[in-house]
Design a protein around this ligand. Structure first.
Ligand SMILES: Nc1nc2c(ncn2[C@@H]2O[C@H](COP(=O)(O)OP(=O)(O)OP(=O)(O)O)[C@@H](O)[C@H]2O)c(=O)[nH]1
Ligand SMILES: [Mg+2]
Length: 304
């Protein structure tokens, strides 16, 4: 006798949202179990949406990482802001991420109230930064505001990830899988590589320079007979003086960025890589709609 399965599949988009630097990308990577989104100690690391897929035999969550919410001051920041807002619109489940050790983030959580009737989950991240007693008080404060689903995590040490993931999966709507169940992301490999280069730039450079950087991979050629994959990328900066800093005396800085990124790419692709980096000036690209379009960013609505 055959028994019909009564099992319903659940699938949907899960948007992680919050202020810059609260740990959204670290959480996304922990939730899917792969390092897909770049992470740095600097705010405004994530500039566009990134989808990362978690599937098991009954659920599929398509997690969307977003740029941190902020008051935008120039075209790139307006683009980033709209990316975050549109990801909230796309969501079936919204996860508001708070850095419990950072009071503006707590204040943001208190005022965050997406008007949609979508399921909302609150994540108290960086729980290692405050005491248990403070966490209990915070939980009471948010419960009083009507938050029912609250989870506590340390995304770096991957503490509390499993209960958070289960809580999210339980809120997904009934649906067939949205992506093939063995897929991890719909981002092309070239974009992952460009992001890894930008991550190293954010790690190695200081002040305004890392924020003036955009990266494009121009060539990605897999070669036969055990030869390393050939990757050529351009690191764009906004001014000639920044080019000098990124190249470094006698090319030392760009070589360091290249070597460090090559190690990351080789780990990610599980193959040997030859990475060629060039530095070019694209004057004030962050403030120019046309340049943002060319570099593949969302063009802010008012500037289309
Ligand atoms: N102590 C501690 N640090 C954390 C935790 N989660 C993330 N971090 C650190 O916080 C910093 C920012 O993490 P990201 O994941 O890049 O934060 P984000 O919210 O994606 O930041 P943006 O992309 O800039 O909006 C990094 O240095 C992380 O290692 C945590 O639970 N505890
Ligand atoms: Mg991020």
């Amino acid at each position: 006798m055959t028994t019909l399965s009564t099992h319903t599949f659940r699938a949907g988009f899960v948007t992680l949202v919050g202020l810059p630097n609260v740990g959204k990308s670290t959480l996304l990577n922990a939730l899917v179990g792969e390092r897909l989104s770049i992470i740095t100690p600097k705010a405004q690391t994530t500039q566009r949406k990134l989808r990362a897929i978690y599937s098991n035999d009954s659920h599929q969550a398509v997690f969307i990482d977003t740029p941190g919410i902020m008051e935008p001051r120039y075209t790139l920041q307006r683009s980033m802001h709209e990316e975050a807002m549109s990801a909230i619109e796309d969501a079936d489940v919204i996860v508001a991420v708070i850095d419990v050790g950072f009071s503006p983030s707590i204040e943001w959580g208190i005022s965050f109230n997406p008007s949609s009737g979508k399921p909302k989950i609150l994540c108290f991240n960086k729980c290692d930064r405050i005491s248990k007693k403070e966490l209990v008080a915070l939980r009471e404060r948010f419960a009083d505001l009507g938050w029912e689903d609250i989870y506590t995590t340390d995304a770096v040490k991957e503490v509390g990830i499993k209960p958070l993931r289960s809580g999210i999966l339980a809120q997904l709507p009934e649906s067939a899988p949205l992506y093939p169940v063995d897929e991890l992301s719909d981002t092309p490999v070239r974009e992952f590589i460009a992001e890894m280069i930008r991550e190293t730039c954010l790690e190695e450079l200081v002040e305004e320079v890392p924020y003036s950087i955009a990266v494009q991979v121009e060539q990605f050629k897999e070669r036969r007979r055990g030869k390393p994959t050939y990757i050529e990328a351009v690191v764009y900066v906004e001014r000639e003086s920044q080019k000098g800093i990124v190249v470094g005396t006698g090319g030392t800085m760009i070589r360091k960025i290249g070597t460090r990124t090559r190690v990351k790419i080789e780990k990610f692709l599980e193959q040997r890589v030859y990475l060629e980096l060039r530095v070019k000036v694209l004057p004030n690209w962050r403030k120019k709609t046309h340049q943002l379009r060319v570099l593949g960013f969302r063009v802010p609505t008012q500037e289309k």
